[in-house]
Design a protein around this ligand. Structure first.
Ligand SMILES: C[S@@+](CC[C@H](N)C(=O)[O-])C[C@H]1O[C@@H](n2cnc3c(N)ncnc32)[C@H](O)[C@@H]1O
Length: 388
């Protein structure tokens, strides 16, 4: 019978708990057998729990660079982190492992460990925003008026390149650069570890003549990169699904001819890209700031999947408004009452309206005077104004 059939996680854990050189030797013997990654990882963990640091160190030194699966390497690195306080050799080995693998998980473990060990204090004396506010002008500039980490959630739908009358960028690259700069400004004002949700979908721009092809831009693919560069990391993609009759008809041609290659399905989805601002602590820390006294929306239905079925809304004054229901769900799942929430491309200010109804403090940013007037008329005396 192979050792793999006999050995269990429970047994390995027991060998780690009882401290003896004899147990380390047994664990080492097991480690060198052909066993599953899961068992190997558990063995490294149990070896790390032992007290003979010479034996532990020589095991790690011998194995850390030997092409073991990364899950096993992570466990070795973890042992180095937890042993470095008591033995300088583990600290040096940890640095070597970090430099050798250049692996994002190892970097994250390192930063998280530093944060815990050094008991780095989160900035709790942050300047607060207490009033609903409209920032008038280019968001990249107006956001310099806000204190760092003064916003608890961002939800926005940026211009879809040149798909609407309110934007006219010289090129797609210029557009992406502008959006990236606004996202960077957003990252500065968003509290560490909080969420930025971006609603976007592919667009097509008008073709310059019948003899030319139009270009279709998969904007959300490019957004992932610029969100990362702006200081966020990916959490989820929520798919907003609309009723088919509400979207432009693209399938008509194919329906008539049935010619392969001419297939163009009706696009009934948009993306909600859910990202979290980089930080070195777990989400629990953000959640624990609120204690237990918060609105649990007990009566509400909960969206248990990442597909949300919501009808779009049209508005005679703005060509691309959020449905209020979309804002409501985002606010419910990604913010608490009294949080300051922001839309850096506010348009007609739908998010602000729903945020007010849900007891949040809105900060709306908009460049176009026409749309600012819309918000002003709708919400008389509610907002304070700051201009560029
Ligand atoms: C897709 S619309 C947002 C609509 C909004 N979600 C609503 O419900 O009304 C994007 C908005 O961003 C604004 N905008 C574009 N570039 C901007 C910039 N640099 N700073 C501030 N606002 C900008 C446009 O004027 C437009 O109203």
């Amino acid at each position: 019978m192979k050792i793999n059939d006999l050995l269990t996680i429970k047994e390995i854990k027991k060998l780690g708990k009882d401290k003896s050189d004899e147990n380390i030797k047994i664990l080492l013997k097991y480690f060198n057998q052909e066993i599953s990654i899961e068992l190997k990882r558990e063995i490294v963990s149990s070896i790390g729990r032992q007290i003979n640091n010479d034996m532990i160190y020589s095991f790690l030194r011998e194995n850390a660079f030997k092409n073991h699966p990364m899950e096993v390497v992570y466990q070795m690195y973890r042992t180095c982190l937890y042993k470095e306080k008591i033995d300088e050799r583990f600290k040096k080995l940890g640095v070597e492992i970090k430099d050798f693998y250049k692996n994002e998980n190892i970097y994250k473990m390192y930063k998280y460990y530093q944060y815990k060990q050094l008991r780095i204090k989160r900035n709790v004396n942050k300047e607060k925003i207490n009033r609903p506010t409209i920032l008038i002008g280019d968001t990249e500039k107006t956001l310099t008026n806000l204190p760092e980490e003064s916003i608890q959630m961002i939800f926005t739908s940026p211009p879809y390149y040149n798909a609407r009358e309110y934007s006219d960028y010289h090129s797609y690259n210029e557009y992406l650069l502008k959006i990236k700069n606004v996202f960077k400004a957003c990252s500065r004002v968003l509290e560490d570890g909080r969420f930025m949700i971006v609603n976007i979908s592919p667009v097509i721009t008008k073709r310059p003549g019948r003899e030319f092809e139009s270009i279709r831009y998969p904007i959300h693919y490019d957004y992932h990169k610029i969100l990362e560069e702006a200081g966020f990391y990916f959490i989820d993609e929520i798919i907003w699904i609309k009723p088919e009759p509400s979207v432009p008809n693209r399938i008509g041609g194919y329906m008539q001819t049935r010619k392969p290659l001419s297939y163009k399905p009706n696009c009934i989805t948009e993306s909600l890209m859910v990202y979290r601002k980089n930080c070195d602590f777990l989400l629990d820390k953000n959640i624990n700031d609120y204690g237990d006294d918060y609105d649990k929306f007990e009566e509400d239905e909960i969206d248990t999947t990442n597909c949300w079925y919501i009808s779009p809304r049209s508005d005679k004054n703005h060509p691309a408004v959020f449905p209020e229901e979309l804002c409501r769900r985002v606010l419910k799942y990604y913010s608490y009452e009294k949080d300051v929430i922001m839309d850096p491309f506010a348009g007609s200010g739908t998010l602000g309206k729903v945020a007010k109804e849900m007891g949040r403090i809105p900060v709306m940013c908009e460049i176009n005077e026409k749309y600012i007037d819309l918000i002003k008329n709708e919400e008389k005396n509610y907002y304070d104004y700051i201009s560029e």
